[in-house]
Design a protein around this ligand. Sequence first.
Ligand code: CAA
Length: 287
Amino acid sequence: MSGGIRRVGVVGGGQMGAGIAEVCARAGLDTVVCEVDAVAARAARDRVTASLDRAVRRGKLTEPAAADTLARLTFTGSLEDLADRQLVVEAVVENPDAKTEVFAALDKIVEDPAAVLATNTSSLPVMRLGMATSRADRVVGLHFFNPVPVLPLVEVVTSLHTSAGTTAAVEEFAARTLGRTVIRSRDRAGFVVNALLIPYLLSAVRMAESGFATAADIDTGMELGCAHPMGPLRLADLIGLDTVASIAESLYDEFKEPLYAPPPLLLRMVEAGLLGRKSGRGFHMYG
Ligand code: CAA
């Protein structure tokens, strides 16, 4: 089926899900995005439309190509609409119960026994999500990076149960169909990128928390001193502080090493609803 994945489903239309759906539709694929209800499905559509408009404004996409992309996308509030999909990518909130529930439901709904069920999890065991289905050999991690339309990397994560055929199918899909660069990781918390990135972001939070330097100076330091496109606190705000905290907790659960422990300031900010860019305030103010 590898070269033949043409019908894709995405569960979750937040910043990651909407981005994944956008790149699939831009690659010419028939793409269905499933959200929890019709209102959330409309919000997901608005998110993709805004990103396509931005791509047009930045000269990355023509207006007709943006219209064609939108025409290839369907937004729904019902998981049953994913029954005929050849690949479904789960991109719901980074919470083990929510993700397990989606996989158990997809197992009953997706009809093609050869279909691949993928997760965009940043840090949870792919194996555990596979075990929620009757087809763990067809379950794999397909981890994109935010902003998905801009960053060209995909981590392919194979669990102890993922078959070689499934891995080959998704690697071909990500590389050939989507034109992404693939790196491979075994199924341990954080995979390759987050295992390196999250301790760095947490160090920046600890530095701000200790009063050693301001958030603005920490970010400027890494932007101008190391040529990073964004400083660590601005990047944490982009990812979402709730997501950063969830990934840190998964890493800490797995390795029990202090460098992965979420600092109190991060946890307080999440509890206070200061989630970064998506809530208008994190380490910086937005919009
Ligand atoms: N579609 C296609 N291209 C787009 C686009 C879209 N919707 N929106 C923007 N672009 C392009 C722009 O045209 C521009 O390309 P050029 O430089 O070739 O012109 C480029 O993307 C940058 O866009 P902007 O100029 O609008 O924005 P910027 O220069 O301020 O960059 C940024 C913004 C891309 C977010 C950049 O700051 C960046 O790369 N930051 C780091 C992001 C990062 O590290 N993400 C990883 C997060 S970790 C993660 O996601 C994993 C996890 O599990 C948590």
